[in-house]
Design a protein around this ligand. Structure first.
Ligand code: DX5
Ligand code: ZN
Length: 231
């Protein structure tokens, strides 16, 4: 069953926990936390103290999915683990020693994910697919919420699903950027299993209603995805 990961980037930070609870009440099952350093991406967001505060306020049954868009990730991964992160993903493009960074996350007992930017081919991941718990396909250039979905991400999702079958692996496929009521069906049909959505959940109106609507559309598209997989 496809999962929704509301991205707190678009939430109201003055009432962060309450806003997150609304999105969870609408069916979100993990919270996506975007960490930006102003170097790897042209924006700055938050660090371990915010993760620690969220971890205190949100049920432990809800994993905190920390997407690190930072350089020198290894220096910061232990602090995010201490703060209560459950899943940590690092960018292929930002990690000189990608295997080491992923192993560090796993050594700390967390789920490890690898992320690729829109211009990075799926083929660059071949040597790490066997050790990751999830692959995050960026469908916008990272740095900001509310951008338009880049359609070439759909082919990358399909390729990853095919490689997973061919290699007999179990990683999950997550997609991040421009997931909206308009794009969600094709994203799920392509094979995405975890949907990150920021603006579509927290942008306007009720986060609960927005989450319910988006998940409903995603679930409707799921049988098509299963049929594709069987074809
Ligand atoms: C972008 C972030 C995303 C962002 C997605 O760099 O990684 O998680 O919050 O926002 P939307 O869903 O608005 O495209
Ligand atoms: Zn993200």
């Amino acid at each position: 069953m496809v999962k929704l990961a509301p991205s707190i980037l678009s939430a109201d930070f003055s009432r962060l926990a309450a806003h997150c609870q609304e999105a969870l009440a609408g069916g979100g099952t993990l919270l996506h936390v975007d960490v930006m350093d102003g170097h790897f991406v042209p924006n700055i967001t938050l660090g371990p103290p915010i993760v620690a505060s969220l971890r205190k306020a949100i049920s432990n049954e809800v994993p905190l999915d920390c997407h690190l868009m930072i350089e020198h990730a290894d220096q910061f991964i232990p602090a995010f683990a201490d703060a209560g992160a459950n899943w940590i993903s690092v960018h292929q493009e930002a990690c000189v020693h990608l295997n080491r960074s992923l192993e560090l996350i796993k050594t700390l007992g967390l789920r490890a994910g690898v992320v690729i930017n829109p211009a990075t081919p799926v083929g660059t991941l071949t040597e790490v697919l066997g050790i990751v718990d999830y692959v995050l396909v960026m469908s916008v250039n990272p740095g900001f919420g509310g951008q338009s979905f880049i359609p070439s991400a759909l082919e990358k999702i399909k390729k990853l699903a095919a490689i997973r079958t061919a290699m007999n692996l179990r990683f999950a496929i997550e997609v991040d950027g421009g997931v909206t009521q308009e794009t969600v069906r094709s994203i799920v049909a392509a094979g995405a299993e975890i949907l990150v959505a920021g603006n579509a959940i927290f942008g306007k109106g009720s986060a609960k209603a927005n989450a319910e609507k988006l998940l409903g559309l995603a679930h409707d598209a799921e049988p098509a995805a299963s049929n594709l997989a069987r074809a």
